[in-house]
Ligand binder design. Structure first.
Ligand code: MN
Ligand code: MN
Length: 454
């Protein structure tokens, strides 16, 4: 169903859409970091009978298993009836989201405040991240091999954190600056505390913070060198709009596509081609590094899977498997915002409630960096979605010369694989509070199932 309002399909009963969104809200509210998304995904997989691949000796059609990479990246399979060399059906989403990370040496004291210095991660409009409640999530890794989990600001009884901004009364100079310069990266410092440690003369507030960290977590200042503390918006995702048609939350990009992809692979069985769902880290900083889409983890994992099938010469065959595969790069699209419609080409832009969005290409300045899918493959996807009565639409990222962006599509395209972007439209993309439509979420889930079975 091309470019029609999807709510109409459910006008006799909205409950399947609403209850799916409720499960998603719980998933998003907990999954504030890539590590937490991996953790809760593994719980869902175990509950559904998927096996941890590290404990599996061989596989046969119908088997369900997953590979975890360094606690931040996940690859899931449902074995099909056909041999792996006939190719996979792959859903790929990223589970990292824009945020601020603690620097290696974050803490300092100034004017009797203890503060923590951050370096932002991914593309953010910095002025959006001040004067909102923030939570701290992550790990501190100690030299003795222990890993301390940090999670402060989500429980209603927890304190929250924040970044201050200048009062309007004294902002004459600041208000003359551009949006890009009004709040600068080096000023995204989190307020940590204000009580001085008893008997301490110098930097007594900072000393008190270290005492609290020592008492509660057993960590010293130096342990933060080997830590990963992510500063993210505090509090749960929730319904948005009087009609509860939408969800407001942090990290829809790209956890809404990750969740729907995960739910789709949890659902399928007796598939012809092996189903795969890969959830990657680091997309927001260019897909680089060990747990990002550029990592050889995926290729190595296919080789390991071939080995579990009893195949020889698996590294070469892994590449053939990938070449013969079809993929939906499940990443979000920019929805048309009625307040800023001028940046979009209205006939080639995604609309809320019109279903999952196909982006034939992304990129910027003349499709640069884009995968630009083959039309033959696009036709295959149109057929799969239409036959499953899924609502879908097409989009590109704004007007030509307005800007642009990318996804992981081109990276898998490098295997000579057919890849096309297909995901959920988002408003406020990369803001602390992003918005999606519940019916688009549900249509994406349906579309991903249809694709895995196609
Ligand atoms: Mn994304
Ligand atoms: Mn993004």
């Amino acid at each position: 169903m091309y470019r029609k309002n999807a709510w109409k399909k459910y006008e006799n009963d909205y409950s399947p859409v609403m209850s799916f969104a409720k499960d998603y809200i719980d998933f998003l509210s907990y999954g504030k970091t890539e590590r937490l998304v991996v953790k809760e995904s593994v719980e869902l997989l175990n509950k559904a009978g998927f096996k941890d691949a590290s404990k599996v000796k061989s596989v046969k059609p119908g088997d369900k298993l997953y590979f975890v990479n360094k606690n931040k990246n996940l690859c899931i399979f449902v074995l099909g009836k056909r041999p792996l060399l006939d190719g996979l059906r792959i859903l790929g989403a990223h589970i990292d989201s824009p945020r601020m990370d603690f620097k290696e040496r974050p803490f300092y004291e100034k004017n009797e405040f203890a503060l923590a210095d951050t370096h932002y991660y991914g593309g953010i409009k910095k002025y959006q991240w001040v004067t909102i409640p923030l939570a701290l999530h992550g790990v501190v890794c100690k030299k003795d091999g222990s890993v301390i989990d940090v999670n402060i600001g989500e429980d209603p009884s927890d304190p929250v954190f924040g970044i201050t901004d200048l009062l309007i009364h004294l902002s004459a100079d600041q208000m003359q600056k551009t949006l890009a310069k009004g709040i600068e990266g080096e000023d995204l410092d989190v307020t940590i505390g204000n009580i001085p440690l008893k008997g301490e003369k110098e930097d007594a507030v900072k000393a008190n913070v270290f005492k609290l960290l020592k008492d509660k977590y057993g960590v010293e200042e130096e342990d933060f060198l080997s830590a990963e503390i992510e500063v993210v918006p505090a509090g749960p995702a929730r319904d948005y709009g009087l009609d509860r048609s939408m969800v407001a939350g942090y990290g829809h990009d790209d956890r809404c596509c990750a969740y729907t992809s995960l739910r789709a692979i949890l659902e399928v069985k007796d598939v012809e081609f092996t189903s795969c769902c890969i959830l990657v880290d680091k997309e927001e900083i260019g897909s680089v590094g060990a747990t990002g889409a550029e990592s050889l983890f995926f290729e190595n994992t296919i080789a390991k899977l071939l080995e579990l099938c009893g195949e020889k010469d698996v590294l070469y065959k892994a590449r053939l498997v990938l070449e013969n595969s079809k993929m939906l790069s499940s990443d979000v699209s920019a929805a048309l915002d009625p307040l800023y419609a001028g940046v979009s080409d209205p006939k080639n832009n995604a609309y809320f409630a019109n279903g999952i969005v196909i982006n034939k290409y992304t990129g910027a300045r003349g499709k640069s960096g884009s995968n630009d899918a083959n039309p033959e493959y696009y036709a295959f996807i149109r057929k799969a979605f239409d036959e499953a009565n899924v609502h879908w639409q097409n989009s590109e990222l704004g007007k030509v010369d307005q800007g642009g962006g990318g996804t992981i599509a081109y990276i898998l395209g490098n295997y000579n694989m057919n890849v096309i972007d297909a995901g959920i439209p988002v408003l406020n993309m990369h803001a602390p509070m992003e918005i999606i439509s519940k019916v688009d979420l549900f249509e994406a889930y349906k579309a991903y199932i249809a694709f895995l079975k196609a």
